[in-house]
Every structure is written in structure tokens, then in C-alpha cells.
Design a protein around this ligand. Structure first.
Ligand code: NAI
Ligand code: MG
Length: 326
């Protein structure tokens, strides 16, 4: 069966790493048809819209979407795109690889981040000059859904440690709801799990990441803790992610458009290529996904490497090496 893949490179290094991931997918020759769409700062400057309707439709109709990154318009692009694909779960694996000089070489974490509410509800206002507010929305339904997803993910992927991150000692009502709903899911399954205050958890993740596996988080905590974990394993150039919905999904690197290196051709394509591997898994091409991960690991170990990992290779050099390793 042919799968239609929407490809939205976006801005900055999105334009450089997205073709790399498409090259890798094309080398595997699955039955994919790629359709490209525009989004981000550049198309906004041209048309006034960061996410044109045509691109929304493309993502809605495709079997899965690959998204690079947007620049200043990121919130106007990625939040609606996640909505278009009905994504409620953001999956962010952060693991260390042999041969790389990681801060914590024994890291194998997966953040399961609630992807629809929390402080990213968008309900903000300036009530008077110099006084602003934000409404943090936490519902039982969304909290239960993300916990179900997280416990399923842990079981299906062989993770023994599940941690529910929260700050219910201070945000008693909202994180109280999140924690109670997530604990209810764990208890109903008779699952082994821990709960952790998210600030202390940040410290423990830095000092002893090997004691953790799947971490189920409210929206903002998942965003921040996964970037923290990126620092443990070698940087944002390595972290892929999936935005999973009931029927559709969107795959993107955790990083943004990296304007500081955009246009130089030296962005690390690993995060984007590993996002493509998650897409392969999602569409049932697990063997191909495993091959991509193995090829990426070979190249991370033996080189070539981009400057963020201490090398002097280009995006193209690394992509060619991954395709060769396949
Ligand atoms: P960023 O992720 O773009 O960059 C942070 C740092 O990591 C930079 O020093 C960058 O050079 C480095 N980096 C990131 N990805 C890399 C890669 N693949 N290879 C090598 N180095 C890499 O985050 P930043 O600087 O906070 O934001 C830049 C722009 O990106 C902003 O306009 C922001 O709005 C946007 N952004 C978009 C996101 C999205 O589209 N999902 C997510 C995060 C930021
Ligand atoms: Mg982020």
C-alpha cells in the first residue's frame, strides 16, 4: 500500500535536514509518495500566513508528516500542525550513543509529553499595563490519555522504569488532577511506577539518568526536561520526536531552525533522520526503522560528524554516510 508522506521543511536548518531524511527514506525504497508543503517565516513574509491552508490540508490528508523546523513563527506553525494531526502525545527519546562524548553515556530516556494543554493552552492576557496572566488547563481526560500512552509505550518498548513528573505540591489543583489521573492509570494496570517533583527530577536526571526510563510529563515540563536530556547525550542535533494522534502523526526533530548555523550546510541531520525512523515504525516498517537506527549508530560511532559533535563534516557528508551504511 502506498503511503503519502507530507514533507514540510520550514525555515533555517529545516531546509537542510529535511531533504537528508527524505534521502534516507528514499534509499530504503518503501512505498512512499512524498508531497511537499510550505510553512514558517519565509512563507509568512511572502503570503502573510505562516501555515497556509494548503499545507494544513496536506498534513491532514497524508498518512504521516515530516516537519523540519520553523523560526519565529514556530508557535503559529507547529501548534496548529499538531492539532491538524490530532496529536495528543509527544514522544521524545533521548539516548546516548557509543563513541560520542556524552555528559552522561548511560542515558536511555523517553519523555512522553502531554501535547495539547497545560501552560501551552494559549490562554494569555494582559489585564492591565504591566500585569499579565496565563491560564493553565489540565483535564482528567488528557492526563489519563497521556498516562495510558506512556504506560503502553513502556511496556511495548521494554522500559521497566516509569516516572510521572508533576509539581502537585504547588500547583495543587492542576497538577493534582494530572497526578491523580496518571496514578489511576498505573494502579489500574498494577504497573510499577514512581512519581517525582519535576524540579528535583531535573537534578536527578542530570546526576543519575540511568535510573530512569519513560517519563510521563505535563506539556511544559516535557518540553524542558527533554531539552535538558539533549544536553546529557550530545545536543539537540540528536533528538527526534513524534507527535502521535489516534489516526495520524507528525515527526520532527526537537530542535528549531538554528539561525546561528543555518545556510552553512553543517547542521546535524541525525535528529531528523531518527524522526524519519520513528515515522517508519509508525507506518509499520519496523525492519526499515531498525536499519536506519543501526546505520545512524554506525555513523555516529565511526564518523563523519558535524561540528556540533566535534567533527568538520557537512550535513551532506553525514547523510551520504548513513545512506551508504544502509
Ligand atoms: P534551536 O534548536 O534552533 O537551536 C539551539 C542551539 O542548538 C543552537 O546553537 C543551534 O545551532 C543548535 N542546534 C540545533 N539543532 C542543531 C542541529 N541539527 N545541528 C547542529 N546544531 C544544532 O533553538 P533556538 O535557538 O532556541 O531557536 C531558534 C529558532 O527556532 C527560534 O526562532 C525558535 O522560535 C525556533 N524553534 C522552532 C521549533 C520548531 O519549529 N519546532 C522548536 C524550537 C525553536
Ligand atoms: Mg522545545
Amino acid at each position: 500500500m502506498t503511503h503519502q508522506i507530507a514533507v514540510i521543511p520550514g525555515d533555517g536548518i529545516g531546509q537542510e535536514v529535511t531533504p537528508a531524511a527524505v534521502d534516507v527514506l528514499a534509499a530504503l525504497d518503501p512505498d512512499f509518495e512524498f508531497v511537499e508543503g510550505e510553512a514558517g517565516d519565509a512563507v509568512k513574509a511572502e503570503t502573510g500566513e505562516a501555515l497556509p491552508q494548503a499545507t494544513r490540508d496536506l498534513a491532514a490528508d497524508a498518512d504521516a508528516t515530516l516537519f523540519g523546523a520553523a523560526g519565529e513563527t514556530a508557535a503559529d506553525v507547529i501548534l496548529p500542525l499538531r492539532e491538524v494531526v490530532g496529536s495528543f502525545a509527544n514522544v521524545r527519546p533521548a539516548r546516548s550513543y557509543p563513541g560520542l562524548d556524552a555528559v552522561q553515556p548511560d542515558t536511555d530516556l523517553v519523555f512522553i509529553r502531554e501535547n495539547t494543554e497545560g501552560v501551552y493552552s494559549g490562554i494569555e492576557s494582559e489585564i492591565t499595563d504591566g500585569v499579565t496572566t496565563l491560564t493553565r488547563v489540565i483535564t482528567e481526560d488528557a492526563s489519563r490519555d497521556i498516562a495510558e500512552f506512556g504506560f503502553d509505550y513502556a511496556a511495548e518498548n521494554g522500559y521497566d522504569d516509569v516516572t510521572i513528573a508533576h509539581k502537585a505540591n504547588v500547583m495543587r489543583t492542576t497538577d493534582g488532577e494530572f497526578l491523580a489521573a496518571a496514578e489511576a492509570v498505573g494502579d489500574a494496570r498494577d504497573a510499577d511506577y514512581d512519581t517525582a517533583l519535576m524540579d528535583a527530577l531535573a537534578m536527578h536526571l542530570v546526576m543519575r539518568p540511568e535510573e530512569y526510563g519513560v517519563v510521563i510529563c505535563p506539556n511544559l515540563a516535557g518540553d524542558m526536561l527533554s531539552d535538558l536530556a539533549a544536553g546529557l547525550v550530545g545536543g539537540l542535533g540528536l533528538l527526534p520526536s513524534a507527535n502521535v494522534g489516534r489516526e495520524n502523526a507528525l515527526f520532527e526533530p526537537v530542535h528549531g531552525s538554528a539561525p546561528d548555523i543555518a545556510g552553512e550546510g553543517v547542521a546535524n541531520p541525525t535528529a531528523m533522520i531518527l524522526s524519519a525512523a520513528m515515522l517508519l515504525d509508525h507506518l509499520g516498517h519496523s525492519d526499515e526503522a531498525a536499519r536506519v537506527r543501526a546505520a545512524v549508530e554506525d555513523v555516529l560511532d565511526a564518523g563523519p560528524r558535524t561540528p556540533d559533535l566535534g567533527g568538520d563534516a557537512t550535513t551532506e557528508d553525514v547523510t551520504e554516510a548513513v545512506v551508504d551504511a544502509l
